[in-house]
Design a binder for this molecule. Structure first.
Ligand code: HEM
Length: 462
């Protein structure tokens, strides 16, 4: 099924009862928790909101979010064809979020179509996520090496200084992972990484960047069909041999976005470690996975999910959702729901794993292990190489990227001090996070390529 393209503009009619108040305000960017609390007081677990001019049900109750995610009665669909206002042409063609719902990848499929693509993702990701697989071990070593390279570049010229850890570390690192997993030939991958950056930052050349990216992914898929390698496109083709090049390109285009959520998790964990001495102490005892879980619970990077549509009239949180109405599930608000948050023992050594940061039910995250692993290595290397990481702004003044879906820092300004001597390779048999091996592949570490030149350009004057 293909979602319908943009329809001619007609004034939107509310599909949710008035009053629907705008969700994405300055208050929301600065402090979403406060907005959630106010909406919850006014409307309860499910609020009618206006999302950039489009009426949507905003679901904030933990039980309600979980119930829709689990979709036990099969009453919810993610397919935009089920969106009544969209089908009836009541969504403006220039609605800024429309492209998100038109990408037509597995995330927006249902039934057999979704299951087949999900199975393909599961087997294609396994070599990268299964810790015993050589591919996973090589990837982990590459992440550690890229992390060290990025730290070396931002610290060029001195052992102390200032840096923006979002732009200079957390965001490029997962994109380098994407480059590696996609199996581009040397050089080509960097062009693609730069385009992905433009796309994620929605810069002036966003539209052309997307076209170039789709073309690059199609070309990559065709090359991998001819000459398979040890990479994600080849594994996806092997798992679903009838996948078309267009379908494959759409699936591959998901990867950079998913890895950008990982970048946001890295930033959020760094803030938590830098501002909380107990958490920093726990890092040295190897409790990094617990720190990541705690941060995913407190500040989930995928804060709100793309819509589900009611297939039939359904009651949710005391509201009646009409067939074809969209609901936006707020993971962040669900985690703040007093019925859930109030039952958590925040002093426990292990925080609850019953949170929804990785989704739940038929669309739950397939890359959780990978995202957690990359984050653990990134944070481990950073705090190993830097003896001081101090936020350059109070934590409550850090700038957030305005976004309806993600909770990500726009920048993460820090003051740092490098550790006296770079750590040497530790010959531990099964390290919790890998050390970067010595550079055995010089070609893998371009120093004058456009990407590294760009990264050098981000260095802060002392
Ligand atoms: C911190 C980083 C990440 C977070 C917080 C995250 C979270 C999530 C969540 C909440 C969903 C469910 C979306 C929904 O139900 O509407 C999801 C879906 C998904 N995630 Fe992740 N994810 C992350 C990274 C990744 C990575 C790195 C990969 C793969 C390389 C990945 C692969 C997927 C896939 C394939 C789906 C779609 C599953 C489906 O629709 O059947 N994720 N993710």
């Amino acid at each position: 099924m293909t979602p319908q393209g943009p329809q001619p503009h007609q004034p939107p009619e509310p599909t949710a009862p008035a009053p629907a108040e705008p969700l994405l305000t300055r208050d929301y960017d600065a402090n979403p928790a406060q907005v959630h609390a106010r909406l919850r007081d006014t409307y309860g677990a499910v609020a009618p909101v206006d999302l950039l001019g489009v009426p949507v049900w905003f679901v904030m109750g933990y039980e309600e979010v979980l119930r829709v995610l689990q979709n036990a009665g099969g009453v919810w669909s993610k397919h935009p064809d089920r969106w009544k206002a969209h089908a009836e042409g009541r969504i403006p063609a220039d609605w800024p979020l429309l492209p998100v719902f038109q990408v037509n990848n597995s995330t927006f499929q249902e039934g057999a179509a979704q299951q087949q693509l999900r199975n393909a993702w599961t087997s294609a990701l396994a070599p990268f996520q299964d810790h015993g697989h050589p591919q996973a071990q090589q990837l982990e070593q590459a992440v550690a090496r890229h992390a060290d390279d990025l730290i070396a570049v931002l610290a060029e010229g001195g052992t102390t200084g200032q840096a923006d850890l979002a732009a200079q570390y957390a965001r490029p690192l997962p994109l380098m992972v994407a480059d590696r997993m996609l199996g581009f030939t040397a050089g080509r991958g960097e062009d693609v990484v730069m385009d992905i950056w433009r796309l994620i930052d929605a810069g002036a050349d966003e539209a052309t960047a997307l076209e170039r990216l789709h073309a690059a992914m199609t070309e990559l898929g065709a090359a991998k069909r001819e000459h398979p390698g040890d990479d994600l496109p080849s594994y996806l083709i092997a798992a679903k041999p009838d996948i078309t090049l267009d379908e494959l390109a759409r699936e591959l285009l998901m990867l950079p976005g998913l890895l950008d959520f990982t970048a946001s998790l890295v930033c959020n964990v760094v803030v938590e470690v830098a501002t909380n001495p107990d958490v920093r102490e726990s890092l040295s005892t190897g409790a990094i996975d617990e720190t990541i879980n705690r941060v995913a619970l407190l500040n989930p990077p995928m804060a709100n999910l793309t819509f589900r549509y009611a297939l039939t009239e359904v009651k949710l949180g005391g509201r009646t959702i009409a067939a074809g109405d969209p609901v936006m599930l707020s993971v962040a608000a669900a985690h703040q729901d007093p019925r859930f948050a109030g039952a958590i023992d925040w002093n426990a050594i292990r925080t609850t794993r019953a949170h929804l940061a990785w989704g739940a039910g038929p669309h739950n995250c397939l890359g959780r292990l990978l995202a957690t692993r990359i984050t653990a290595i990134a944070v481990h290397r950073l705090f190993k190489r830097m003896s001081k990481v101090k936020l350059a702004l109070p934590a409550d003044q850090l700038p957030w990227r305005p976004s309806p879906f993600m909770r990500a820092l726009r920048s993460l300004p820090i003051q740092y001090e490098l550790a006296p001597a770079p750590p040497t390779t530790a010959p531990t048999p099964a390290p919790p996070t890998p050390e970067a091996p010595p550079p055995t592949e010089p070609a893998d570490r371009p120093s004058r390529s456009p990407l590294w030149t760009f990264l050098r350009g981000l260095r802060r004057p002392r």
